[in-house]
Design a binder for this molecule. Structure first.
Ligand code: SF4
Length: 400
C-alpha cells in the first residue's frame, strides 16, 4: 500500500510545481522532452533552431516540434572548443559540443537564422559535420519592402518548408498554419500578461521565474506553453507578499547566448528588479498579433516579420534612431536604469552598445554594463557591480 501523500505546508509556494517543471525543461540540454514527443508522434520531426527568431507557427503547421537550441549552458566543452578560435562567443562551441556528443540526436533538422557571422559559419559546419541532418541557413531580409524583402523572405520560408516536407513533415496547409498562428498569438498575449505582472508587481513575479517560465516555451508546442503560462499566472496571483526596496532595471543585450541562471538570480540579490529584458526575445519578436484571418496566412507571417519585428541588434533598422526602442522600453517599464549584459565577443550586442549608451546618456538614464559567458561560474564581481549600481541609482534619486 502506498504511503499517503504528505499535505503541502500551509505556506507552500503555489507556483512551486509549475516552476519545477519549467526548470526541468530549461535544463534539458539533452532534449529528452523532444525525444519523448517524438515517441508519442512517430514519424514527426523535431526542428531545432538557433536564436533569435524562427517562424515557429510555420514549423508547427508542418506537424513539427520547434525546439529552441540555446547552447549547452555550463556543461563542459571539450571538442566544441577545437573547432573555433578563442575570440568568439561561447554558444557555437557548446552547441557543437552537444552535436558531436550525440545530445542532439533527436533533432531531425537544424535551422540557423541569420543574426551574425558566427551563426552563419556554424550552419556551414553543421552541414559538413552532420550530413545526415537537414541544416538550413535562414536568411532574413534587410529590405522591408514587401516586393523585395517580403518576396525574398517568403521564398526562404517556402524553401525550408518544402525541404522539411521532403523529409517527412506534413504538407503546408493554410488552415493548419492559420490555427498555429492563432495559438502563437495567444501565447504571445500570455507572455505580455506575464510582462505586465513583472512591471506592476515584480515581487510577485521575479525575473528569474519569468525567465524559466518563458524559456520553457522554447521546448514546447505553443499550446502547451500557453497552458504552462496560464498555470504560472494563476499560481502567482495567489501569492502573498509586498514590494521590495529594489531599483527597477531593464536588462538588454542578452538575446542570443544566455547568461547562467545564477547570474540572473545574482542581479536580483543585488537589489535589482529586472522589469524587462530581451533574454528570450524570439518568443515576442513579432510585436502584435499575426493576422490569422488573412487569406494568405504565410503572407501574414511574412508581413508580421517585415512590419513588426523587434528593433534589436541583429535587425537592420534603416533610418530609425538607435536607442529609441530601448528608451521606449525603459519608459514603459518605468525603469530607473539599464543593465547592458552581453555575451563576451557578441558582435551584434557589443557593436550596438555604444550607440545605446549614448542614447541613454542623452536621456539621462543611468546604466551599467558587463559581459558574461553561458558557463561563467563566478557571479561575485557582477553582483558587487550591480549592487553598487542599484545603490548609486537610489542615492541619485533621493538627491535634492
Ligand atoms: S552570442 Fe552574439 S556573436 Fe555569438 S552567435 Fe549569438 S549573436 Fe552571434
Amino acid at each position: 500500500m502506498k504511503a499517503p501523500l504528505a499535505p503541502a505546508p500551509r505556506d507552500a509556494d503555489p507556483a512551486r510545481d509549475v516552476l519545477r517543471r519549467a526548470h526541468a525543461l530549461l535544463e534539458d540540454h539533452g532534449l529528452a522532452n523532444a525525444a519523448a514527443w517524438k515517441r508519442d508522434h512517430p514519424g514527426r520531426l523535431a526542428v531545432g533552431y538557433m536564436p533569435v527568431y524562427a517562424p515557429r507557427p510555420l514549423f508547427e503547421a508542418l506537424g513539427c516540434l520547434p525546439v529552441a537550441v540555446f547552447g549547452g549552458g555550463d556543461r563542459d566543452v571539450i571538442r566544441g572548443d577545437s573547432y573555433f578560435q578563442s575570440y568568439i562567443c561561447h554558444i557555437p562551441r557548446s552547441t557543437l559540443e552537444l552535436g558531436v556528443s550525440g545530445a542532439l540526436q533527436g533533432i531531425d533538422a537544424m535551422v540557423f537564422p541569420a543574426i551574425c557571422d558566427v551563426i552563419r559559419n556554424l550552419s556551414g559546419m553543421w552541414q559538413m559535420l552532420f550530413p545526415d541532418v537537414y541544416a538550413a541557413y535562414l536568411d532574413v531580409p534587410q529590405n522591408f519592402r514587401p516586393e523585395v524583402g517580403g518576396a525574398f523572405y517568403r521564398a526562404e520560408l517556402e524553401r525550408i518548408a518544402s525541404d522539411l516536407v521532403a523529409r517527412g513533415a506534413l504538407a503546408l496547409d493554410p488552415e493548419r498554419l492559420r490555427a498555429a498562428i492563432v495559438t502563437e498569438n495567444a501565447r504571445r498575449r500570455a507572455l505580455l500578461a506575464l510582462g505586465d505582472v513583472r512591471r506592476e508587481e515584480p515581487w510577485r513575479c521575479p525575473a528569474s521565474e519569468a525567465y524559466a517560465i518563458t524559456r520553457a516555451g522554447g521546448a514546447l508546442l505553443a499550446a502547451d506553453h500557453l497552458a504552462l503560462l496560464g498555470e504560472y499566472l494563476a499560481a502567482i496571483a495567489l501569492r502573498r507578499g509586498s514590494p521590495k526596496d529594489n531599483v527597477r532595471v531593464v536588462l538588454t543585450g542578452a538575446f542570443c547566448e544566455q547568461p547562467p541562471f545564477g547570474l540572473i538570480k545574482s542581479l536580483e540579490l543585488a537589489g535589482c528588479d529586472i522589469v524587462d529584458d530581451d533574454l528570450q526575445l524570439g518568443l515576442t519578436y513579432i510585436e502584435g498579433d499575426i493576422d490569422a484571418e488573412a487569406a494568405d496566412p504565410l503572407g501574414a507571417l511574412v508581413t508580421a516579420f517585415l512590419e513588426r519585428g523587434a528593433a534589436t541588434a541583429s535587425r537592420y533598422i534603416g533610418d530609425a534612431h538607435k536607442g529609441d526602442a530601448l528608451l521606449a522600453r525603459v519608459r514603459r517599464a518605468r525603469a530607473d536604469g539599464v543593465v547592458f549584459a552581453a555575451a563576451s565577443f557578441c558582435d551584434p550586442a557589443l557593436l550596438d552598445e555604444p550607440m545605446l549608451e549614448a542614447a541613454m546618456d542623452e536621456a539621462g538614464v543611468p546604466y551599467t554594463s558587463f559581459k558574461y559567458a553561458e558557463n561563467t561560474g563566478q557571479f561575485h564581481v557582477i553582483r558587487e557591480q550591480a549592487g553598487a549600481f542599484s545603490d548609486a541609482v537610489r542615492l541619485w534619486e533621493s538627491a535634492p
